[in-house]
Design a protein around this ligand. Structure first.
Ligand SMILES: Nc1ncnc2c1ncn2[C@@H]1O[C@H](COP(=O)(O)OP(=O)(O)O)[C@@H](O)[C@H]1O
Ligand SMILES: [Mg+2]
Length: 269
């Protein structure tokens, strides 16, 4: 077993009043242990649906989702999730918000141990000294940092990020991209990032999957072989500009604006 996450021939339709709405069509994605996969695709093509299938919050009509050699048939505790809206609880302090998943996943862990783990992560993301603040006392970028801590506190095998940086201003977003690289170096997880920001996908991922329009198929896979922490100016290198142009073109195909099929050898099914 070399892949930690495998999406095998996943097909899914929502039942709606107007009849079935096909969302995913024979989707194939494989992410090795410790890998970082970014998924990009047109709005409404089924990206968030994919995250719910991986977390075991719903199950596909056809095909299989595998996590660490086990077929997903129930909600998974080994998954951490962060979303565009950090949804922190205002009646809890930042520290208490970060501890929350441990209270659910590992209720018997001693309180001091839970707190130490949360403090360690908060320090790692630069929130030392803010442990006792309420969410409303923090900036948007700080709240998203706290949300990342909460998604990682129980040491999940899989980290699912559904457009977590989408609502932030450009400079804060770049800070958080760099933070993601540091988190990846310090913590061990396999990541799936949903994003509509191609630069974000190129800076963070070692595999970028472009989904077609709904129902989503795996339209294109771009491998970015650059291990380790990447300097932010890697985005301005000729290689990155070429990757971005390729992805941009694939998105246009996915949106149906370009009829021409892709010709690269990197093209998936
Ligand atoms: N629970 C649901 N019931 C019916 N349709 C849904 C449900 N959730 C999402 N959809 C529809 O399925 C499609 C894919 O949704 P989603 O996975 O959220 O797309 P994305 O995250 O790529 O924007 C959209 O057209 C959305 O309206
Ligand atoms: Mg979505």
């Amino acid at each position: 077993m070399t892949n930690l996450i495998e999406i095998r021939g996943v097909t899914h339709a929502y039942k709606t009043a107007a009849g079935p709405l096909p969302v995913l069509d024979n989707l194939e994605i494989a992410i090795p242990e410790g890998g970082f996969c970014a998924v990009v695709g047109p709005s409404g093509c089924g990206k968030s649906t994919l995250t719910r299938l991986i977390a075991g919050l719903m199950f596909p009509d056809q095909g299989e989702v595998w996590l660490h050699g086990e077929r997903v048939r129930s909600p998974r505790r080994s998954v951490g999730m962060a979303f565009q809206n950090p949804v922190l609880l205002e009646w809890r302090t930042i520290l208490q918000n970060v501890i929350l998943p441990l209270e659910i996943v590992d209720p018997r862990m001693p309180k001091a141990k839970k707190e130490a783990r949360a403090r360690e992560l908060l320090a790692l993301v630069g929130l030392e000294g803010f442990e006792d603040k309420r969410p409303s006392e923090l900036s948007g970028g700080m709240r998203q940092r706290a949300s990342l801590c909460r998604s990682l506190v129980h040491r999940p095998e899989v980290l699912i990020l559904d457009e977590p940086f989408g609502a932030l201003d450009a400079f804060t977003r770049e800070d958080l991209w760099q933070l993601m690289h540091r988190l990846r170096a310090e913590e061990s997880f396999t990541a799936l990032l949903i994003t509509h920001d191609l630069r974000e996908s190129v800076y963070l991922a070692d595999q970028v999957v472009v989904l077609s329009g709904r129902p989503a198929r795996t339209q294109y896979v771009l491998d970015i072989d650059m291990p380790g922490i990447r300097p932010i100016d890697m985005l301005y290198t000729a290689r990155s500009v070429e990757w971005l142009a390729t992805l941009r073109r694939q998105i246009e195909i996915a949106q149906g604006r370009t009829a021409e099929p892709a010709t690269s050898t990197e093209t998936a099914t």
